[in-house]
Design a binder for this molecule. Structure first.
Ligand code: SF4
Length: 462
């Protein structure tokens, strides 16, 4: 099928990782601001079928080790194609590109990160024309509703910037479409299992108010795809009964996830990061992460390169979050989900967000209440959890009220004379007592403290 391409092509290359030392060039990625992949539906007369264009230097013209601004601009036409399929076709670029030996394609939309290995370059993969040939064939074979397709690969920085602006406007228009719709208003949700090649137990449940984790597929996109390609990775989910409106548990979503994860995941809560949270694949746009010291959540997106307030960068937390698991307090999400009224609804929603990197804060600012906006810290306000605590207190963030209510396990030491072992106290009932620890005032009401051993130690003044 790909005799005219100098490397192998097949599903076995999906998931291939290319380290910097093995990389020939890099397209997009975390150090490049302007990068995108975009699919546009056109009328048949505006598409020259199977045309491949390279705008700017081709692979062979670029110095080894370079990182380039990059755009992939795909135009499609077909009698059955509607605009709502753009996002779904676009998401397949990730899958098909990864079939090419020696290429790694990560993420989506404005976040793409592609690497070509030295080995594949040496085998002759030195032009985007080869990539174009693979993509054209796979798109036409797998998505048979595409009748005409043309692809442009853009490396000229000026052109990338121009079309990046168009791409950003297109993404915003797609995302805005489902805003205002409620999960209660529809009788079907949709699911996606496209990321199972990387995270075998992951299933996205896509609702009007819970966008897909990758941020690339809305409820409308998923609906259009499941209709035109019912055997594809996007499928219908009958909602079934609503078991818990606050956490977002539906019998239909539970059943669909159980079936598609082959029994690995049998229960899913759509609007919380605890207990049975939605699974996280690996290409989520952002992470909501619990910060136990302040009983609140931080949120960070993939493009943030510094350490977050808990001292960890996005990449480290992504490792703990990904893989199709349900991880308490580490939640892979899209940025669009942060704009939803159901965003972490069961956990307190925005009232529970205490830290967010400034770029996302700016992008979602219209969806944070005016009263709350300045109470949420960013990397410009605080660098550590201790600084965050002070910030939250000074700014009277609503989460501060929760601190008094948090049940805690405590080790009690009393001030007395020399260290000595007292007889074991099985149960010491207390009607009410309070003490201060780590900047918190902790109140125990009607508490019973069980202790195997009580150590009484003198506190020596230095
Ligand atoms: S993140 Fe979800 S919706 Fe997006 S491609 Fe993966 S499985 Fe599909």
């Amino acid at each position: 099928m790909f005799e005219d391409v100098p490397v192998d092509v097949g599903v076995m290359y999906e998931g291939e990782r290319i380290r910097r030392k093995n990389m020939y060039i890099e397209l997009g990625g975390p150090n490049i601001e302007t990068k995108f992949e975009l699919v546009k539906v056109r009328s048949p007369d505006d598409v020259e079928d199977e045309k491949i264009t390279v705008v700017g230097p081709d692979i062979k013209d670029v110095k080894e080790g370079s990182s380039l601004p990059f755009g992939i601009y795909v135009e499609v036409a077909g009698k059955q194609i509607e605009e709502e399929l753009e996002g779904v076709i676009e998401r397949r670029i990730h899958e098909y590109w990864n079939y090419i030996e020696g290429f790694m394609h990560l993420n989506q939309r404005y976040d793409i990160w592609i690497r070509l290995s030295k080995k594949s370059f040496q085998k002759g993969l030195n032009s985007f024309n080869f990539v174009g040939k693979v993509l054209l064939k796979l798109f036409k074979n797998e998505m048979t509703f595409i009748e005409k397709i043309q692809i442009a690969f853009i490396t000229d920085p000026k052109k990338v910037r121009e079309q990046w602006k168009e791409a950003m406007e297109t993404y915003e228009a797609r995302d805005a479409k489902a805003r205002g719709m409620k999960d209660e208003d529809v009788d079907k949700f949709y699911g996606c299992s496209l990321c199972q090649s990387f995270a075998p137990t992951h299933v996205c449940v896509i609702t009007p108010q819970r966008f897909s984790n990758c941020g690339a597929i809305s409820w409308f996109d998923a609906r259009a795809s499941s209709r035109i390609d019912p055997k594809g990775p996007l499928f219908e989910i009958e909602k079934g009964e609503l078991i818990d409106p606050m956490k977002g548990e539906y019998t239909g979503a539970n059943a669909a996830v159980k079936k598609k994860s082959l029994g690995a995941i049998s229960q899913v809560y759509l609007y919380t990061a605890f207990d049975y949270p939605h699974t996280s694949c690996g290409c989520f746009e952002s992470i909501a992460f619990y910060i136990p010291e302040v009983d609140g959540f931080g949120a960070v997106h993939r493009g943030f390169n510094e350490n977050t307030v808990n001292g960890l960068p996005f990449s480290t937390m992504a490792d703990s979050t990904a893989g199709g698991r349900q991880v308490d307090g580490f939640h892979g999400i899209s940025i669009e989900y942060m704009r939803s009224p159901k965003f972490l609804q069961a956990d307190g929603g925005w009232n529970r967000i205490v830290w967010i990197n400034s770029e996302i804060k700016e992008r979602v600012k219209e969806f944070i209440s005016k009263e709350l906006f300045d109470k949420i810290a960013t990397e410009k306000d605080v660098k550590t959890v201790d600084e965050l605590k002070e910030f939250l207190k000074t700014h009277e963030h609503p989460v501060v009220k929760r601190w008094k209510e948090v049940p805690v396990e405590v080790e009690v030491e009393t001030e007395a004379a020399e260290e000595q072992e007292a007889p074991a106290v099985a149960v010491a009932p207390l009607s009410a007592t309070s003490f201060t620890a780590g900047g918190f005032r902790i109140i125990l009401k009607d508490a019973k403290i069980h202790a195997k051993k009580v150590i009484i130690r003198t506190i020596k003044k230095r």
